[in-house]
Design a protein around this ligand. Structure first.
Ligand code: PLP
Length: 464
């Protein structure tokens, strides 16, 4: 599998040219061109025994593979948490892969480890964590939640008391949290999913009484998972109050800020996220609102030295890498041994554009969500269900004289139709049992025109 310098350049330049053309054309493309499996069965994607010219393969990748997908970086992709990405981040990935960095230990990648430590430090400072903080880059929020909760389990319960521990979170918490807890050995009886209040926040009084009840029953409250920007509505749990409650109870506070922690980069976000700095651990995904290509998640611990206490292992074949706290082996900090150099994309993006550009990008998202809200409010028969918060809003088409069940169906249908048209991706979620449409306009490429035209199109489809 060798290629000459000329072949490598030709393949690399062809790929770069296509990615640049894609980025330039994105705004004029459909936001979604997925396909049913039956439509793709006949594509020639089988594996050949012999070689094919790279240029031909790259052309096929573009036409027959990458064509059939949603475009999370499209300015009118408003579903889930969009992935705006950025070109410099993609270049960083190419560099990291081209050098095939093994970012598992200091011996194998000292320079990359240093850049990762610096980038982690920047993120930790952004959210107001103390000097003791540490962390690492992971594939995304799911693995970051898993990593933080593993440390919480070991710190508060240890092996002996695992069966006594109880974990608390609201019904708005991301599904990855429950999955992580199950993988970490918590039984369902140890999980307390508490109903959120009218603003989709975890009610502190309810939490306190649940903890009290568990203590009376001989169980050990061990961890609270709070949200700094829920996936459904962008709601932020009362972080300061939760931190105080956890402190008095000797309970670990993990904050899932996979999506929302990035808002700490601007003044408005810092105000909204007050209390985040008191968390014991935090999930913070740069591949969401810090505009990194997938994958780029991150976990931060208030006391970084706790990570190796959970994850350290040193089999005979790894003894030579050594142990030196000053020169950490990042495979001791999390569940991955072989790990890519994910930090480079964020580091390079910050170098090339500067932190101010990031701040402006986040502020733009906050503004676009407010703009969308103002437009929905002006439309007859539409109601705002949750106002713009953390760059996200939810709303519903609700003309008089139609049953709520029919309206649920109708709203889901409107989302499916605008998405199938390729004009924009807007999908539904459920809030307190009702179906709503949800928009997360955090892409810096999104213009007022994109938002205006999308809402106009939703209205047109609703009335068809
Ligand atoms: C609040 C929250 N937590 C966790 C996750 C999971 O992150 P990932 O998909 O990167 O694993 C998401 C994903 O959108 C999220 O919004």
């Amino acid at each position: 599998m060798k290629a000459s310098a000329e072949e490598m350049r030709a393949a690399g330049y062809a790929a770069v040219d296509r990615v640049v053309a894609h980025c330039e054309a994105l705004e004029g493309m459909a936001a979604w061109t997925g396909a049913r499996r039956a439509e793709l069965e006949d594509l020639e994607l089988g594996i050949p025994d012999g070689p094919r010219p790279a240029a031909e393969v790259i052309a096929q990748v573009e036409q027959e593979i990458l064509h059939y997908m949603a475009r999370p970086a499209h300015p009118r992709f408003f579903a889930f948490v969009p992935g705006p990405g950025n070109f410099i981040g993609a270049v960083a990935d190419f560099l990291a892969q081209g050098y095939n960095v093994f970012a598992g230990n200091w011996f194998a990648a000292s320079g990359p480890a240093m850049a990762e430590l610096r980038t982690i430090q920047w993120l930790a400072e952004l959210v107001g964590f103390p000097q003791t903080a540490g962390g690492l880059f992971l594939s995304g929020g799911s693995l970051a939640n898993f990593t933080a909760l593993a440390v919480a389990r070991d710190r508060i319960l240890g092996e002996e008391r695992l069966g006594d521990g109880v974990v608390y979170y609201s019904d708005q918490t991301h599904s990855s949290v429950e999955r992580a807890l199950r993988l970490l050995g918590f039984a369902r009886r140890q999980l307390r999913k508490l109903p959120s209040d009218d603003d989709f926040r975890l009610p502190v009084a309810l939490l306190r009484s649940a903890m009290e009840e568990d203590r009376r029953g001989g169980r050990r409250p061990c961890c609270v998972i709070a949200n700094a920007g829920t996936t459904n509505t962008g709601a932020i749990d009362p972080l300061g109050e939760l931190a105080a409650a956890c402190r008095t109870e000797g309970v670990w506070l993990h904050v899932d800020g996979a999506y929302g922690a990035a808002a700490a980069i601007c003044e408005e976000g810092r105000r909204l996220l007050a209390g985040i700095e008191e968390a014991d651990s935090l999930t913070f995904d740069p591949h969401k609102w810090l505009f990194q290509p997938f994958d780029c998640g991150c976990v931060l611990l208030r006391d970084g030295s706790l990570l190796p206490r959970t994850f350290y292992s040193r089999p005979e074949y790894l003894k030579d890498v050594g142990d030196n706290a000053e020169e950490p082996n990042l495979f001791d900090y999390g569940p991955e041994l072989t790990r890519p150099f994910r930090a480079l994309k964020l580091w390079m993006t910050l170098q090339v554009f500067g932190a101010d550009a990031m701040r402006q990008g986040v502020e733009h998202g906050l503004e676009m969500a407010r703009y969308a809200e103002s437009l929905v409010r002006k439309r007859k028969d539409w109601v705002i269900v949750t106002p713009a918060q953390m760059g996200m809003l939810s709303f519903r088409y609700e003309p008089a004289g139609i049953s709520v069940e029919r309206l649920d169906e109708r709203n889901r249908e409107i989302g499916k139709r605008i998405t199938a048209s390729g004009f924009a991706v807007v999908l539904s979620t459920e809030l307190k049992g009702r179906t709503v449409l949800r928009m997360c306009p955090i892409n810096p490429r999104t213009t007022e025109g994109d938002v205006r035209n999308t809402i106009r199109e939703l209205d047109r489809l609703a009335r068809e």
